[in-house]
Structure formats: structure tokens, C-alpha cells
Design a protein. Structure first.
Ligand SMILES: [Zn+2]
Length: 426
């Protein structure tokens, strides 16, 4: 950005300031507008702090010729060049495997799926070791960032990936996993999901929260120094996990029901339980969790589908190619009429801070598994979040806490609890 220079009279105060800044020229840049001043301050802070997103999904063909994160690939929301462009310094890449049948074959497939993604993250970071490195601890993450590289960390989404085999957790820890999302959509052997799966025969609740096996899993996670992640679990299970875990827990990608009443978000009582445990919610910028559709939007979508002669999104594929293109354009136009912005997203951060205090709030995108907020819809747009925080008067220290300080603090706490437990156990 170039700014026009124009001469103006130096008042005493400005002259003193100019001389103090070692600038004796009689010509000074035009004073910045308030918006320019905020943007410059936000740029400075964005560069100074370490930004960390705790939830970035990857496909099964990640780090192959098809999906090389070393290149810009517009089909995805995150790759290394756009992380650098947007100043997204660090990310937890997610080993996700969807819930399936709880049979020996199902567990085996889940374990293999998890291994595929662990391998992919390791391969990606070694293919591009000049720009990114895998961190195994909070200290690692800070060192790598200080060396000017991107930081990769690993989280697992869905405890289905360990089946009933507790010993797998040690293996996953060695491979770099530093959090485990206990469940995904559908109950598993560890806990109830906030989204039961009828197709898997789920009742509303199966364990009434965390199962007996789930308690063993939480104790083992504490012993290893893997954070317990409560995003996706039922309300009861979340409240129990906050009580059971000896180390702080996280909600790696959840927002608040006070502003968007969806099952994946957390109500104020849950937020208070999280804070009492010492945990952190990484507020998620996933469009439908930031703002639920207003009735006018739902009506407009239903009208558009009806005019196309169908009644659900799932039926779009039954239309001719031409009709599909037409309905997709129409739905895109409707979506554009009802924007969900970075400001809407930061409203959730504000609310979470009101309830829990700033020590318990952080930031996530759920990119490549969600995302979709206007203004932060891929890694290259990450600055806009910092800009909105600065606009709302957050200080550099607070922004540093929100972006990575809080998450790394509790990872250290989990590492400390693990060391203690291992010392006691040996
Ligand atoms: Zn998820």
C-alpha cells in the first residue's frame, strides 16, 4: 500500500515526535485514517503473534501427487503457500475416520484409515521440510515457529480409531497425536455423540455420557499427555469428561449455542464446566455453527428446490447436468444474500470470553471439513480474524493468547500431568 506524501506544518508535539523517531525531514506522511491505523496495528500484531488453528482436515490422498500441500490447490482451503500468505503459522492436521460398525473388521479399517492419515502428515512435512516441521510438544511448536517455519501438529478425530485397544494410544502418541476427539457423529465404545446415527442403530444415548472403557481411555490420554477433545460428544459426556480428566480438556472446534443453537456448540453451563477444568474452547469458524439459517433463507432454499422439482439437496444429483448447474447457481445466490462474516464469528469469541474469561478461549477454522465464513474461507484470509479482534479493542497480549498462547499453555499442562503420572507409575 502506498501512501501519498504531502507537506504539512509541524506542530511542536509532532516535531518532537518526528525528531525522536530520528526523522528530521520537513515532509511527513499524511496522518492515517482511523481504519488505516487499525489495519496497520493489526498487521503488526498478526506478524508478531504465533497463529495456530486447532482443526484442519485432510483427505485420504493427502501428500500424494493428487493433493500436494506444497502447492496452491483451490479445491482445498489449506495448503502451505496459502498458510504463509495468510500468516497462519501453525495447524493441527486431523487424523479423522468416520464412525462405522463396531466389529473387528470395522476397528481394523478405522485403524488403517488413521495410519494412512498419520503417514500422509509425516510424508507432507518431510516432502516440504524447508517450509514446515512436525511439532511433538509445545516447546517444539515455539522453536519451529521462531525458526521461521510453519508448524504442523496432529490431532485425532474419533476414538473409533483405537477400537477397544488401549495400547494403540501409545503408538498414536509416538506418531505425534496431541489430542483425541473422543467421538464423531455416532456413538462409539468411549462415549455418546451429540449426533446419534440412526443408520448405525444409535439410541439417543448409549452410555449416559462416558462409558467405563471411556474412563480408561481418558486416564490413558492423561498418562500420555494427549489432550481430551470434547467437540462432537454429547452434553452429558462433555460435562463428565471435564470432571474425569486430570489434565485440561479442549473443544477443538466448537462454538456457542447462545449465538447459534446447534448440537455441536456449547451452552454457557458447558463453558463454565470447561473453564472449571482449566480447559480451552477453540471457537470454530464453521459457517453453520456461527450462524443458523434464518427462516427466510430456509424458505428461499425450499422454493428453489421445489421449482427444480426436488425436495432435498440429496436429489440434486438426479437432475440433468444443466439443471444441476442452474440449481447450484441459484443456491449460491441465496447463500450470498445471507452472509456469515468474520464479525459474526468473533461474536462467539466475545461471548465465550464473557462467560469463561480470556484464558479459556482460542480459535479454529475446521478448514477442509467446514469453514465457510465470508472473509475467513481459506488459510490466505487468516489476517481478517486478527483485524476484527484489533477493531474490537483486544490487545496484542490477548490476541497472542487467543491465537496460540492458551492452547500451548494447556498442552504444557497436559505434558506436566503426564510426566507426573508416569513418575508415580514407574
Ligand atoms: Zn469435526
Amino acid at each position: 500500500m502506498s501512501r501519498k506524501h504531502r507537506p504539512f506544518l509541524l506542530t511542536g508535539a509532532v516535531l518532537v515526535a518526528a525528531l525522536a523517531a530520528g526523522c528530521g525531514a520537513a515532509e511527513e506522511p499524511a496522518p492515517m485514517s482511523e481504519e488505516e491505523r487499525i489495519e496497520a496495528e493489526a498487521r503488526r500484531i498478526h506478524d508478531a503473534v504465533m497463529t495456530l488453528c486447532t482443526h484442519i482436515d485432510i483427505p485420504f490422498n493427502y501428500a500424494t501427487e493428487e493433493v500436494d500441500p506444497g502447492n496452491v490447490n483451490e479445491e482445498y482451503q489449506v495448503d502451505y503457500p496459502r498458510m504463509q500468505e495468510g500468516g497462519l503459522n501453525a495447524g493441527f492436521f486431523v487424523v479423522y475416520y468416520g464412525q462405522g460398525e463396531r466389529t473387528p473388521e470395522g476397528y481394523e479399517a478405522a485403524k488403517e484409515g488413521a495410519m494412512t492419515k498419520f503417514d500422509a502428515i509425516h510424508r507432507a512435512t518431510s516432502m516440504h521440510s524447508d517450509v514446515i516441521e512436525l511439532a511433538y510438544s509445545a516447546d517444539d511448536a515455539e522453536r519451529i515457529h521462531a525458526e521461521g517455519k510453519l508448524v504442523a501438529m496432529i490431532g485425532i478425530e474419533n476414538g473409533y480409531t483405537l477400537g477397544r485397544d488401549l495400547s494403540l494410544l501409545e503408538r498414536y502418541h509416538e506418531l505425534g497425536a496431541r489430542y483425541l476427539g473422543l467421538v464423531h457423529n455416532g456413538h462409539n465404545d468411549i462415549a455418546d455423540s451429540c449426533n446419534p446415527r440412526e443408520d448405525l442403530g444409535d439410541a439417543e444415548a448409549e452410555h449416559g455420557g462416558i462409558s467405563e472403557f471411556g474412563r480408561e481411555v481418558i486416564a490413558e490420554l492423561n498418562r500420555l499427555g494427549i489432550l481430551v477433545d470434547v467437540s462432537h460428544i454429547s452434553r452429558d459426556a462433555m460435562l463428565q469428561a471435564a470432571e474425569l480428566s486430570a489434565a485440561p480438556i479442549i473443544a477443538s472446534h466448537s462454538s456457542t449455542t447462545a449465538l447459534a443453537d446447534v448440537s455441536r456448540n456449547m451452552d454457557d453451563e458447558q463453558l463454565r464446566a470447561l473453564a472449571a477444568n482449566g480447559g480451552v474452547m477453540q471457537t470454530v469458524a464453521l459457517r453453520s455453527f456461527v450462524k443458523t439459517d434464518p427462516p427466510e433463507k430456509t424458505a428461499a432454499i425450499n422454493d428453489a428446490l421445489a421449482e427444480a422439482g426436488i425436495s432435498s439437496y440429496g436429489e440434486i444429483r438426479s437432475l440433468s447436468e444443466e439443471e444441476q448447474a442452474a440449481i447450484r447457481t441459484r443456491l449460491g445466490d441465496i447463500s450470498a444474500e445471507f452472509p456469515v462474516t468474520v464479525s459474526d464469528f468473533v461474536d462467539h469469541i466475545d461471548h465465550a470470553i464473557d462467560v469463561m474469561g480470556i484464558d479459556h478461549v482460542a480459535i479454529s477454522s475446521d478448514f477442509d471439513g467446514g469453514g465457510g465464513v465470508d472473509g475467513w474461507d481459506d488459510a490466505s484470509e487468516t489476517f481478517n480474524v486478527t483485524l476484527e479482534l484489533v477493531r474490537r479493542g483486544y490487545t496484542e497480549d490477548q490476541i497472542a493468547q487467543l491465537w496460540s498462547g492458551n492452547t500451548l499453555r494447556i498442552l504444557r499442562e497436559a505434558e506436566r500431568v503426564a510426566a507426573e503420572m508416569q513418575a508415580e507409575g514407574s
